[in-house]
Design a protein around this ligand. Structure first.
Ligand code: ADP
Length: 576
């Protein structure tokens, strides 16, 4: 957003700008040297002081003092203007040198400078440091020009008082320019108020300099007044724009970049000494060798310092980069080591589980064998038979768990082996139904099945029994008493499908996504404390996929679930 467009959002600043420009135009329209014209000039000067104070009171920036100082400075200028005009219109004589008007004019600069210094000081020291050398270079170059072209001759002519006045104006411009340069090169704030303020100061300094170069021709160079008048107006606009508040806030720095403008400024500063020499030679004036030598020396020293700073900054950057890279490499190495350790720990865990499961299985099978034998005895009391039944059921559970653990451990080690053969799926379903019937009956669950005639499949019968047993066992486990479990075997679109549908507790949609992962148990199963390990469905999915088939679920919480094992037609065709 450029500065002119930004004014649209601030009616008061815009109104002041429009009025100021109109008054400046009126000034040039009025007869030159008339009383009315001087009145307009004084009114513009005084209005800028009022606008600045008004802005400070209106927007209440956290630092108000700088704005009051600006107000005082502008008021001093306005007072100087009025007194200057009094000589012409009231006292009808030329102002003496020095005059009271000079005192007021000269008093204005320190106020403005102090205001700027206070604004810059409100920033972090870090922000101020950036750009300080660049500012020093520009000021040194300006001082050199100021001395050679304005001051050098003046301090030798006239009375002491005249010399002091002649010296003071350019000196004040140096002070103001120094403050402006710091203000401009501080890599922060680039608000609308900032731009108007900077433009106003540039106009003031340029008009002062042009006047200083040839004060005698001022009478004919009436257009010079436009510089001072616009400077007053823009200062007022800056203060009346709401963004003036941000000038007292610590702004985020973008860091001093070597932009094209900054580069051009620095190049101009560096070229000053030789250019001054050339101008002096070309105009035939005496070469001020000492001043040029001091100026050039100072500029060279500053350039050297700037270079040293750059090199240091580069070094610091390199060290930081080296450190960061070293840290990243260490972190990466640690991560790799940790990963390797984790993988090793995982492998050891699987090995351990496999070992333990295997060792548990042998005595467990023996216990179950003896329990079976014991249960075959005919002269058992009902009580002892009951005990043996409980022991036998729990041993079976334990064996299932051990088998699952062993199976998963082997899977992790990539040891899933299938023993495929022609399998009659109807047979598999019937065998499973026979095995689970007592459990269904004990829970009062209606267990039904529908078997379509399907072709035989080429598969591992034992593994398919394991899958179906798991699905039907789950259906019975997660279906409350007097529910229903229905198993169906059908042929669909060239694939063979085994479905187990129950009217149980169902599974929440967010849990369904994780159902086939290792050790996952749905929230409702955990809450109801239904026993389980979360391995059955994982194993079932792996077995289905090993047969190039798939296992899927559709379920509704509280209404039941349907698990679907699908084997591709190709397997059926091969078997047929
Ligand atoms: P386990 O039954 O040993 O917990 P599974 O891997 O067989 O392990 O099942 C994982 C989880 O899936 C179960 O804990 C349960 O939350 C959910 N689940 C499986 N089958 C059903 C079903 N028929 N009805 C509701 N939830 C089920």
């Amino acid at each position: 957003m450029n500065a002119a467009a930004a004014l649209r959002s601030s009616p008061i600043a815009r109104a002041y700008l429009v009025a100021g420009l109109a008054a400046t135009a009126l000034y040039f329209a009025l007869p030159w040297g008339s009383f009315a014209q001087t009145l307009v000039y004084d009114a513009i000067a005084a209005s800028s002081a009022v606008a600045v104070v008004l802005g400070a009171r209106l927007y209440r920036p956290s630092l108000r003092l700088p704005w009051y100082l600006f107000g005082a400075g502008l008021l001093a200028f306005a007072a100087g203007d009025v007194i200057f005009n009094l000589y012409a219109f009231v006292w009808h004589r030329d102002p003496p040198v020095p005059s009271v008007a000079d005192v007021f004019y000269l008093a204005g600069y320190p106020f403005l400078t102090l205001g700027l210094v206070l604004l810059v000081r409100s920033l972090q020291s870090d922000e101020r440091r950036k750009g300080r050398l660049d500012a020093a270079m520009l000021i040194a170059a300006f001082c050199l020009c100021q001395w050679v072209f304005l001051l050098h001759d003046r301090v030798r002519e006239g009375s002491v008082a005249e010399r002091v006045v002649a010296f003071s104006y350019p000196a004040m411009d140096i002070v103001l320019l120094a403050a402006l340069v710091f203000f401009a090169l501080t890599p922060t704030w680039r608000t609308v108020a900032y731009r108007y303020l900077a433009a106003s100061m540039v106009l003031l300094i340029v008009a002062d300099e042009l006047y200083g170069l040839s004060p005698a021709t001022y009478a004919t160079a009436s257009w010079l007044d436009s510089g001072w008048l616009l400077s007053y107006v823009l200062w007022g606009v800056a203060a009346l724009h709401p963004s003036m508040r941000e000038l007292s806030e610590p702004a985020a720095s973008r860091g001093p970049r070597l932009s094209r403008g900054r580069f051009a400024m620095l190049a101009a500063a560096l070229a000053t000494a030789p250019v001054v020499l050339v101008i002096q030679w070309a105009t035939g004036s005496s070469v001020d060798a000492l001043a040029v030598a001091v100026g050039a020396g100072l500029l060279s020293a500053l350039v050297l310092l700037r270079l040293a700073n750059l090199v240091h900054a580069l070094d610091r950057l390199r060290v930081t980069e080296r450190l960061a890279r070293a840290e990243a490499e260490t972190a990466e190495r640690l991560l790799t080591e940790q990963n390797a350790r984790l993988r090793e720990a995982d492998r050891l865990k699987d090995e351990f589980v496999a070992l333990i499961s295997h060792d548990l299985r042998t005595p467990l099978t023996s216990i179950m064998g003896y329990l079976e034998l014991a249960l075959e005895e005919e002269d058992l009391t009902d009580e002892v038979r009951g005990f043996l039944d409980v022991a036998s059921r729990n041993s079976e559970r334990l064996l299932r768990l051990v088998n699952d653990l062993l199976f998963v451990a082997r899977l992790q080690a990539g040891e899933l082996s299938l023993e495929p053969d022609a399998v009659d799926l109807g047979d598999v379903v019937r065998e499973t139904m026979r095995a689970v019937e007592p459990r269904a009956a004990a829970k009062g669950i209606t267990l039904t099945c529908v078997l379509d005639a399907v072709p035989q499949v080429h598969a591992d019968r034992g593994r398919l029994l394991q899958v179906l047993d798991n699905l039907v066992s789950n259906a019975l486990k997660f279906t409350p008493e007097s529910g229903t479990v229905h198993v169906s075997l059908l042929q669909r679109d060239g694939s063979v499908r085994l479905e187990v549908r129950d009217s149980g507790i169902g599974i929440a949609p967010e849990d369904q996504r994780h159902l086939f992962q290792r050790f996952f148990r749905a929230t409702n199963a955990v809450e109801r404390q239904l026993p389980g390990t979360g391995l059955g469905l994982y194993i079932a999915r792996v077995i289905a996929e090993a047969h190039e088939g798939s296992l899927s679920v559709s379920s509704e919480l509280g209404r039941g679930s349907t698990f679907r094992l699908e084997l591709p037609a190709a397997r059926a065709a091969v078997a047929a």
